[in-house]
Design a binder for this molecule. Structure first.
Ligand SMILES: Cc1ncc(C[n+]2csc(CCOP(=O)(O)OP(=O)(O)O)c2C)c(N)n1
Ligand code: SF4
Length: 244
């Protein structure tokens, strides 16, 4: 097999920092689109955040939405065109802050689309501010002494929260900090999109993803930090799977 760019991706240079997880996840989605043969009927939804330009990176139809509103747009796409495949791609600021309502209600309604949720525990694009997912004690540009839960409240664990709803059929948290986890992440993305192809309902894959720039770490240290600090706080695993 010759290693090449998936057809699901365009030949466009990405604007991500070295060591950023967004590029790895894009590649995985591109491979899944190829393997499932769905490129001609897939619509991706780009968020606002560091991956704002992903509509240029994917070789399928793409839509850009306002910050956090991707699940509302995905709902419209799937209800008007149920035969198309639709995925939204959202950061933790986009999905778990400004877009909380759209996320929770589309999950509760059991809409038949897939959310790829990138959790890097900060707002990357705007300069590394605290997000709803920032961990206790984690330093960001808006809390230089670390998140103090007495003042800033507690982080939201999105998979665990959505697992309490009856709507979702599949919720899994994966990571892209080392090869074994990348392989598992691809499996989860593929499973989620296949469930949509089979009209099974709402699925979300949460992907813990390094942001070396926002965390002030080298790419290598960022991946090690994930194993030491992030994964114990955000355990990997399947939180809901109604189609075993
Ligand atoms: C309505 C609106 N509010 C705020 C912003 C500013 N803004 C742009 S990106 C962003 C946060 C992005 O963080 P995240 O979703 O975690 O993605 P990342 O950049 O980390 O990939 C914010 C607050 C905006 N563009 N629009
Ligand atoms: S700021 Fe973080 S999330 Fe944004 S491109 Fe750089 S490494 Fe990636």
């Amino acid at each position: 097999m010759i290693f090449k760019r998936p057809e699901g991706l365009t030949n466009t240079p990405w604007r991500y920092c070295p060591g950023c997880g967004h590029g790895i996840v894009h590649r995985l989605i591109g491979e899944v689109i190829d393997e499932l043969g769905i490129r001609e009927k897939t619509i991706g939804i780009a968020p606002v955040g560091c991956s704002v330009f992903m509509y240029e990176y994917f070789n399928c139809d793409m839509i850009q939405t306002a910050h956090g509103r991707a699940p509302a747009v995905a709902t419209g796409i799937k209800r008007s065109h149920p035969d198309l495949i639709c995925f939204s791609y959202q950061g933790d600021g986009d999905l778990a802050a400004i877009g909380t309502a759209e996320t929770v209600h589309s999950a509760a309604r059991g809409e038949n689309f897939t959310i790829i949720f990138i959790n890097n525990t900060i707002y990357g694009m705007t300069g590394g501010q605290q997000a709803p997912t920032t961990m206790p004690g984690q330093k960001t540009t808006t809390n230089p002494y670390g998140r103090d839960t007495r003042i800033h409240g507690f982080p939201i664990r999105v998979c665990e929260m959505l697992a309490t709803l009856d709507g979702p059929v599949y919720l899994e948290r994966v990571a892209v900090n080392k090869p074994v986890n990348v392989i598992r992440a691809k499996r989860a993305i593929s499973k989620a999109i296949k469930l949509q192809v089979d009209n099974k309902g709402f699925s979300l894959v949460e992907i813990l993803s390094p942001c070396p720039t926002g965390w002030g770490l080298s790419p290598k240290s960022a991946c090690e930090y994930m194993d030491k600090v992030m994964l114990p706080y955000y355990p990997l695993g399947v939180f809901k799977d109604l189609i075993k």
